[in-house]
Design a protein around this ligand. Structure first.
Ligand SMILES: [Zn+2]
Length: 150
């Protein structure tokens, strides 16, 4: 999901989260918002490096950690063991494609309602469920075609 947001809105969101809106935070947060495929830190670095030679990988990792800590972005652990980053922090499900390593957002209100109702009835003792996020694993059948969600 590509999130459309202006430079000043990005600045405001960083400040509202309690961080100083430094150049590197703005650049990294803006880049992640434009990347809808849940990139690794390496991919984010490749994207921002040409226009921002002053941002090192160390700065990138530290900045990503800061943005995760204030809940502006989310860190997603993928099955191949690497961390991926997500600018969408709203409750949503993921489709993980095991043969291409793609992670796609999967938003399905009907499914969310079914799951909520199911666990409301289930009454797991001594647990207050705060959110339910699914990871649906699968293989892309035709590698020439994108996975399409209706
Ligand atoms: Zn996502």
């Amino acid at each position: 999901m590509v999130i459309k947001i202006s430079h000043s809105e990005i600045k405001e969101k960083i400040i509202a989260a309690g961080l100083k809106a430094t150049h590197q935070r703005i650049v990294i947060y803006a880049a992640l918002m434009q990347m809808c495929d849940h990139p690794t830190a390496e991919k984010i670095f490749e994207t921002i490096a040409p226009a921002n030679p002053s941002i090192s990988t160390g700065t990138l990792y530290k900045t990503l950690d800061h943005l995760v800590a204030v809940n502006l972005i989310a860190k997603v652990k993928s099955d191949e063991g690497s961390y991926r980053y997500d600018a969408n922090v709203d409750n949503h499900n993921h489709i993980y494609c095991t043969n291409t390593n793609e992670i796609l957002d999967y938003e399905d209100h009907e499914l969310d309602q079914i799951l909520e109702a199911y666990f409301k009835n289930k009454k797991i003792k001594n647990l207050k469920i705060t959110d339910i996020r699914l990871q649906i694993n699968g293989e892309r059948l035709d590698l020439k075609k994108a996975i399409s969600i209706q």
